[in-house]
Design a protein around this ligand. Structure first.
Ligand code: ATP
Length: 902
């Protein structure tokens, strides 16, 4: 709106003027105003990118080397004037493209649906209080607050900013964060120089701020240029690329074989030109597994949907594959392995030790000394500690409508707030003058407060070792300041940490002259007042998940900002510390090591304690050096680089920042370690299903190609017509193979070692299975054809019998394929996947139609056959099933697949 008036643009006008122009105040809008404005401006979102027109997507389906072979075959048929075959082959190519299009659409829809689960939220001032709303509901005039890790939800003119930096590469391409403040800039400042504004879609990397919304949706800078990085992820993964390369190699092989066929057929057997062309085309279409690419996409997409149902939201399709091959999971402690429900259990001062009763955020319980409840009034040492913990604190605990006590703020602060309530701390008359927020790098928080008597206090709370580093004094038992006895504190820290308690220290300092806390005020000379020990119980499901990971050959490492003793105690309790490795390494140890030294030990370390976010990236790199496939969790803004570096970056959906979610491959909706383990299991299942489908689909082509090849090489009458080949390809690809996408995980899927991510989806041993099954089914089809033809059936009938053999053979093989290595000779093979039965029924009905419906007879050159032939082919199909099972048993005995469980 600013462009149409004579007024200066929002970045070069004073804040008050901007607020007035937007008819708002530094205290924001009322809900009614916001509702009215929303009706006027529309939701704060960008229109979705133009969808690719359907015809372009359809054409893209034909851009596949294997499909080219089909099209070339159709063209050859047209040249020969064989219009029925021409039409059928073309129809198959079109049907295949249509299926591909539908599958791709479904896959994209699944992914898009999952993306909307990750909506951006904003803290907005409404009716004089802070509310968390969907960013789409923001309107111009809203006042929004931001902190490190947030994604800016709209264009904002800053009202206040402290230490603010924003990374604006989404808009300007500049990846170095820009410093921001509320000071007015020149009228002609370019977007990158408008340091008093932050822009929709960029990330806050540091500091805190408040700003007023000046533009939403399409009137934001990013909306105007419409170049926000296209969020539609390509449906391409290492696996699909692998299969693509395989398709190309296969196409080449088919071409070579076709030439051999022509030469042999012509020179040795003196085939007539047209028959030879027909045979060659038949061979080519037989060998092309046209359904393969779409199949893989749909399996991955179905898997992504399933994972989202289990609360692991995939942001990038390739992550699904990587998850299945994860060998090491590096997990945060707080909230992921533990419940993040904190309660202060112990308080230690130089005068006494206190126990605190009660659990959770409800202030039910008291502070006791030698089992006797005490008050702050009687214990000055306790009062001093509680004052620091209560004032240097941003959390609020309150009772909700259901009478349950809930927390607004971070759990550590919540536990301390509840401690203050239990102690009866009176907050009346206190005011806060300045704050240094908690930062996982510095591991402390500080405030400058004015007490009810008008005195000013500098209060500090944080990780005990970090606080001690800044102390020269301690509050003595008599209440007076005395020289610091660091040993005494360290002994208490170790003792409390060994119980798995999370520790915080309280300290006071000399208040600065002004109303701002400077770095120098905190760097030294503080006086430590006491310690608190907080319990944060492990999540029981995480303990189970860790055990499961161990059985699955996956190492679990804890990376935490917490104290080494605490981390080690909890690591032991949860089964992360194994006893034979290096228990714990601290951030300081890590810093003293070179990368080479770290690499040497990294695999043996179970717990990394007192780490900063930048240590995570070194740990990931060191693990990757050993070819470990690493999943790494993170929540803070500084964790983003490590998540990007990890093979699977995992962000926390609840307590994670937008910055980490953007960098992650997977977002955990429940922040729970057990969900990672489920996702790994799901990743393994999905990969198994891709492998099963490939193993199932390829012998269809192998068998038919073999039939055609043998016929020509031995100068036989062709047992299959090209259209019949296509028929088989279509019914098996469309009906049967899809059923395997719905296969559940095989038992023991988490009892085998992780798969080698570099290995091919079909390795040599499985390659053999494809060849053997092709020979079995192809051989059976040849046998059926020759015996029935020799027995006096017409050519059409004998061919129909051969087609039926191929169809039933594949049907039988579907049941072999349900289990990769385990025996299918179990009643269980008939249960557990409804899709198998639906697909089988569909296939049988289609085949009956093929045999008996007159128009099908015309189109496909089929002819009705008797029940005896059905019986004959069915018996052979059962024989195929049994022989394949025998082969799988031999494989098991020889232990061809290292991953097989007994
Ligand atoms: P994880 O990486 O497993 O989530 P964490 O959450 O314990 O670990 P940090 O949040 O970095 O790691 O906390 C490290 C230490 O900083 C804690 O052990 C505690 O002593 C101190 N600390 C945590 N939260 C606060 C806070 N709000 N104010 C002051 N100090 C804090």
């Amino acid at each position: 709106m600013q462009e149409v008036t004579e007024q200066p643009p929002v970045w070069s006008a004073p804040v008050d003027e901007v607020l007035a122009r937007l008819a708002t105040s530094a205290d924001g809008l009322t809900s009614d105003q916001a509702r009215e404005r929303l009706a006027e401006t529309g939701p704060n979102r960008l229109p979705p990118p133009e969808p690719t027109p359907w015809w372009r997507r359809a054409l893209a389906q034909f851009q596949d080397t294997l499909i080219y072979i089909l099209l070339a075959s159709a063209a050859a048929k047209a040249a020969l004037g064989d219009w029925v075959d021409f039409t059928v082959i073309l129809a198959v190519a079109v049907i295949n493209a249509a299926i591909g299009l539908i599958q791709e659409g479904r896959a994209e829809k699944a992914l898009a649906g999952i993306r909307t689960m990750l909506s951006v939220q904003a803290d907005v001032r409404r009716d004089g209080g802070w509310e968390r709303v969907d960013a789409e509901e923001l309107v111009p005039g809203d006042v929004v607050r931001l902190r490190a890790g947030d994604k800016v939800p709209a264009d904002l003119r800053l009202i206040t900013a402290s230490n603010l930096q924003a990374e604006e590469s989404a808009l300007t391409g500049e990846s170095v964060p820009t410093s921001k403040d509320a000071d007015v800039v020149a009228v002609d400042a370019g977007i990158g120089d408008r340091t008093d504004m932050v822009f929709s879609g960029t990330l806050i990397t540091q500091g805190t701020a408040r700003g007023v919304v000046t533009g939403t949706g399409q009137s934001t800078e990013v909306g105007k240029i419409q170049t926000l990085v296209d969020e539609v992820e390509p449906l391409e993964t290492p696996l699909s690329r692998q299969l693509d390369a395989f398709g190309k190699a296969l196409a080449l092989l088919i071409a070579v074989m076709a030439v051999v066929m022509v030469v042999v057929g012509r020179v040795v057997h003196d085939f007539a030109g047209e028959e030879l062309v027909s045979a060659t085309i038949g061979f080519a279409v037989a060998a092309v597994p046209e359904g393969l690419p779409a199949l893989v996409t749909i399996i991955l997409a179905l898997g992504v949907q399933q994972m989202a149902r289990e609360r692991a939201i995939t942001r990038k399709l390739p992550a699904v594959e990587a998850l299945g091959s994860v060998t090491t999971i590096c997990s945060d402690k707080t909230g992921t392995l533990t419940k993040n429900e904190m309660t202060v259990r112990t308080v230690v001062t130089t005068a006494a030790s206190y126990e605190v009763t009660g659990i959770g955020y409800a202030p039910d319980g008291d502070i006791r000394r030698d089992d006797v409840p005490v008050t702050l009034a009687d214990h000055a040492d306790l009062a001093a500690l509680v004052t620091v913990m209560a004032r240097c604190n941003d959390a609020v605990v309150r009772r909700d409508d259901d009478d349950r006590w809930g927390l607004v703020g971070v759990p550590t602060d919540g536990a301390l707030r509840t401690l203050a309530l239990k102690g009866g701390f009176d907050a009346d008359g206190w005011t806060r003058l300045d704050v240094v927020p908690f930062d996982s790098q510095t591991k402390y928080m500080a405030t400058l407060d004015r007490d009810p008597e008008g005195g000013r206090l500098l209060l500090v709370k944080g990780a005990p070792d970090r606080v001690l580093d800044r102390c020269s004094h301690q509050r003595g038992a008599d209440g007076r300041s005395e020289a610091l006895d660091r040993r005494w504190w360290e002994e208490h820290i170790d003792a409390l940490g060994a119980q798995g308690l999370r520790l915080l220290a309280a300290a006071v300092g000399t208040p600065p002259a002004g109303d701002r806390i400077g770095d120098a005020d905190l760097s030294q000379g503080l006086e430590i007042v006491g310690l608190v020990g907080i319990v944060d119980p492990p999540r029981p499901e995480a303990v189970d998940a860790i055990a499961k990971c161990r059985r699955a050959g996956i190492r679990v490492k804890m990376i935490t900002g917490d104290h080494a003793g605490t981390a080690l105690a909890i690591g032991r309790e949860m089964g992360i510390v194994r006893g034979d490795g290096i228990g714990v390494l601290t951030g300081a140890d890590l810093e003293a090591m070179s990368n080479a030294q770290l690499r040497e030990v990294v695999r043996e370390v179970d717990v990394f304690a007192r780490t900063s976010p930048e240590h995570k990236i070194r740990i990931v790199s060191a693990l990757q050096h050993h070819r470990e496939v690493v999943a790494m969790t993170g929540d803070g803004v500084n964790d983003a680089p490590a998540l990007t570096q990890a093979d699977v970056g995992v962000a926390m959906g609840i307590k994670g920042t937008e910055a980490t979610k953007e960098a992650a491959d997977v977002v955990l909706a429940d922040d729970n370690f057990a969900t990672i383990e489920h996702a790994v299991e799901e990743g393994r299942r999905i990969y198994d299903n891709v492998r099963k489908s490939v193993l199932f689909l390829l012998p269809t082509n192998g068998a038919q190609a073999l039939v055609m090849l043998v016929a020509v090489l031995f100068g036989m009458t062709l047992p299959l017509e090209p259209v019949q080949v296509l028929w088989i390809n279509m019914v098996t690809a469309v009906t049967l193979s899809l059923a395997l996408a719905y296969e559940k995980a095989e038992p023991g899927i988490m009892d085998r070692a992780p798969r080698d991510p570099r290995a091919s989806v079909v390795d040599l041993a499985y390659g053999w299975r494809i060849v053997v099954v092709s020979v079995l089914i192809g051989g059976a089809a040849l046998l059926v054809f020759t015996t029935t033809y020799d027995a006096g059936l017409s050519l059409d009938e004998a061919r129909t019998a051969a087609v039926t053999m191929l169809a039933l053979g594949q049907l039988a093989y579907l049941f072999n394929s349900r289990y990769l290595d385990r025996s299918s000779l179990t009643p269980a093979v008939l249960r557990g996947n409804r899709a198998v039965w639906i697909a089988s029924a569909a296939m049988v009905v289609s085949q009956i139609a093929f045999v008996y419906l007159p128009f099908m007879n015309t189109w496909f050159g089929s002819a009705p056959i008797g029940l005896d032939i059905w019986g004959y082919t069915a018996a052979l199909a059962v024989a195929v099933f049994l022989l394949v099972e025998a082969g799988k048993a031999v494989d098991r005995l020889r232990g061809t697949h290292g991953e097989i469980s007994a």
